[in-house]
Design a protein around this ligand. Structure first.
Ligand code: COA
Ligand code: ADP
Length: 719
């Protein structure tokens, strides 16, 4: 809806009304058309101001309308009518002007913004382009390079940057609407010809072809298969090379391809999934909105390795006082320097003062006595963690929430070491913890809703995307990664190379294939875990066949590389070779290829031709199958949780939604059929055996992913 009133005698004030972000739903568009007509037809009105209610100008097109039968007036003619008006129209931008909201403002003759407002054309992040003239007006207003930067990245800018670029005409720190009304009165009656952006020529840029070629190359590289950024470049090129109306035609054509694409569906699903994970629930009935978080002013971190340092930085940047404890004197000194450096660099980037005085350091665990919440980040060793939790339980004040940053150990077991097991949860950060967005908040059967809500809330404060997950080996992300890695090893045994496997995964859209990723994070990490699990024994020891462990197929390839001291980038050798220890550019290693040949010969394996499709199916479907098991076990409440974990923590390409969304797009019948085939070919690999939930979903008619929660509930109640 839009409300109309007259202010200061001769200014028509139009207020968009569609909480919470005044998205341009059919009703709002209709409201704008009607109220603009009314203002222009009112002889008393000399100028018009458009604003949004509750201090929010407009969050753009109503994403909920996409995929429905859209009715109501179209945005393009609506904005044209505003631009063509014979009375000045001023946008009063408070809060946000995003997407269609900014396009609406660009159709106005003037723009006045509050200093705290954020503006942008984020459509590309939803698999679209700004198709209400955004790709044609913005380059005409601020030039091609700046417009390309904003449109292809979907970046939000501050009012100050908008003023500097020329997107807005005035910035105010006070009442935006009053300033806009005053502005409107000052321009009433002045000629408007020079204010209609669509009539501007696009500012000339030298060597346009080279500019677009360069940008296109960069965009293709960073898009990793996403089509929207490329269409955005093409649309801006139309603005730079075609008259306005032809440019608008091109914008429309390009949008038509994007609008119905699977990528747009995936990205829009991702938008809502990210919001759905905030409304978490646990099988015991705890919910995001039924408990109040405990206040956390002082947080402590125990252990200042890579993870502990990153967590301390993220906590200090979120404004908390941090007590950082490290037992090794040398490590403590190094950590102090490293944390200060990270805080300084971060503050410089954000243009604020570094929060150095927020962090205090100690080598004594008693220093955490006053902390409201403690995050343990010592070595990944259960015995050590147990001791630390017993100490914490003795040292901390009653009511302190105790968290472990384990990447997969049993949270419940740690809770049992403390006096208040209900106050123990996992906070599984991803390295580097001050950069990576994902946080798995792990609750055990005894964790209280308040402990979960406190950790979730703290994660939010730290700028993380927090997902509540149940307690199981590896939690969600690492649990699903195991069968994926396992398939990659098996493929090598059967004839693939690390290069082939990585190529398949990178072409799918992962920033790095599994072997490059393993070289980056260090092969020794998994080796240590496998040794602790009794898997990575020297070949032939204890009389076991070399490729079978605990009754299942097992590939010792990773262990064999570690035995050779090939830990990946850090040693200059792993699945690839690097120019030096710590080098980052992977190149194919002839040693590795002959090692694989020798390994196959030793085990009587005959290499066969493996294609990219098989790599994808074996790796991804095994991971997806485990995702169904995670759902079946009630470790997460819905597929959105898994998808958000994979997109934000494991490099799953955003434009493919996440593993569970992808499975839904491929078709559950097909995933089931292919898993059955692969399991038949490899009966000794339990991870390829289709999960019963997948079978049940297929029997229930393969509902689309947004209906799985509901179907899961029904299926569970039938058990
Ligand atoms: N259309 C429909 N609903 C929208 C919306 C839009 N353009 N923008 C936000 N919403 C909804 C969200 O789904 C959420 O609904 P919920 O409470 O039912 O989950 C609610 O508005 C609040 O949004 P949220 O993201 O939780 O609030 P925020 O304050 O953190 O962020 C925005 C606000 C506007 C910055 C953010 O929602 C956003 O980026 N929206 C998309 C803007 C966009 O891309 N517009 C172009 C569309 S083509
Ligand atoms: P990462 O964070 O990369 O997993 P490490 O596991 O190497 O790195 O870091 C763990 C850190 O925890 C080390 O610096 C170690 O000295 C420290 N640490 C180990 N035990 C304790 C303890 N009881 N109290 C505090 N710090 C500890």
């Amino acid at each position: 809806m839009a409300q109309y009133s007259r202010v200061s005698g001769s200014v028509g004030l139009i207020t968009l009304q569609n909480p919470p972000v005044n998205a341009l739903s059919a009703a709002v568009r209709q409201g704008i058309v009607d109220t603009v007509k009314r203002a222009l037809g009112d002889p008393e009105v000399k100028a018009v101001v458009i604003r949004g209610q509750n201090g929010v100008f407009c969050g753009g097109a109503d994403i909920k309308e996409f995929g429905t039968n859209m009715s109501g007036p179209h945005l393009v003619p609506m904005i044209h009518a505003i631009e063509a008006a014979n009375k000045p129209v001023v946008a009063a931008i408070e809060g946000i002007a995003l997407g269609g909201g900014l396009e609406l403002a660009l159709g106005c003759h003037y723009r006045v913004a509050h200093s705290k407002a954020r503006l942008g054309l984020p459509e590309v992040t939803l698999g679209l382009l700004p198709a209400a003239g955004g790709t044609q007006r913005l380059p005409r207003l601020i030039g091609v390079p700046a417009a390309l930067d904003l449109i292809t990245k979907g970046r939000h800018i501050t009012a100050a940057e908008a003023l500097q670029l020329g997107v807005v005409d005035q910035v105010t720190g006070h009442g935006t609407v009053d300033a806009a009304v005053k502005f409107a009165l000052s321009v009433a009656g002045k000629p408007l010809d020079a204010r209609r952006i669509s009539t501007y020529p696009c500012p000339r840029t030298s060597d346009l072809d080279a500019l677009f070629e360069g940008v296109m190359q960069k965009v293709r590289q960073s898009a990793r298969g996403a089509i929207a950024p490329i269409a955005c470049v093409q649309a801006v090129r139309a603005a730079a090379t075609l008259p306005y109306l032809q440019g608008m035609e091109r914008e429309k054509e390009l949008m038509a391809t994007l609008f119905t694409s699977g990528q747009a569906r995936a990205l829009q699903y991702g938008f809502f999934a990210q919001r759905a994970v905030g409304r978490w629930s646990t099988p015991s009935g705890a919910r995001w909105d039924t408990s109040k978080p405990r206040p956390v002013h002082i947080a402590a971190v125990i252990g200042l390795g890579t993870m502990g340092r990153g967590i301390a930085v993220a906590l200090a940047q979120a404004g908390l006082s941090v007590v950082a404890v490290e037992t090794q004197e040398k490590q403590l000194m190094e950590a102090k320097q490293a944390v200060s450096g990270m805080l300084e660099r971060g503050a410089k980037r954000r243009g604020v003062a570094p929060a150095l005085d927020k962090v205090s350091y100690s080598h004594d665990i008693k220093a955490v006595a006053d902390a409201d919440l403690v995050i343990e980040a010592v070595f990944e060793d259960m015995a050590l963690k147990r001791t630390v939790f017993r100490q914490l339980s003795a040292v901390c004040k009653p009511g302190t929430v105790l968290c472990t940053n384990t990447s997969g150990l049993d949270v419940e077991h740690l809770a049992s070491q403390t006096r208040n097991p209900q106050l123990v949860v996992g906070m599984h950060f991803f390295a580097p913890a001050h950069v990576m967005k994902l946080l798995e908040v792990v609750y055990g059967p005894q964790s209280s809703p308040q402990a979960v809500v406190t950790a979730m809330q703290l994660g939010k404060k730290m700028g993380k995307v927090s997902v509540a997950v149940g307690n199981c080996r590896g939690f969600v992300g690492n649990r699903m990664l195991k069968p994926y890695l396992e398939q990659a090893f098996f493929l090598l045994e059967e004839g693939a190379t690390p290069e082939l496997v990585d190529r398949a995964l990178e072409e799918f859209g992962f920033p790095m294939g599994v072997f490059k990723m393993s070289d980056l994070s260090g092969l020794d990490v998994g080796w240590r875990v496998r040794k602790a699990d009794g898997l990575a024994e020297p070949v032939g020891a204890s009389g076991q066949p070399a490729r079978i462990r605990q009754g299942q197929r097992y590939s010792p390839l990773g262990d064999l590389l570690c035995e050779q001291g090939r830990f990946g980038q850090k040693t200059g050798r792993g699945w690839y070779q690097y120019d030096k220890s710590g080098g980052q550019v992977a190149s194919s290693d002839p040693w590795l290829h002959s090692f694989l040949e020798g390994y196959r010969a030793m085990h009587g394996l005959v290499a066969r031709r493996i294609d990219l499709q098989e790599v994808l199916e074996r790796c991804l479907y095994a991971l997806i199958n485990e995702g169904f098991r995670v759902l079946e076990d009630g470790i997460v409440a819905g597929p959105e949780d898994i998808d958000i974990i994979y997109v934000f923590g494991y490099g799953w390409p955003r434009h493919r939604g996440g593993p569970m969304f992808y499975a839904s797009m491929v078709g559950l019948e097909r995933v089931l059929e292919r898993l059955e085939q692969h399991h038949k070919a490899h009966p000794d690999v339990p991870h390829l055996q289709p999960c019963s939930l997948l079978r049940r979903l297929v029997s229930s008619g393969s509902p689309p992913v947004h209906r799985w929660r509901e179907v899961l509930k029904k299926l569970n109640s039938q058990l």
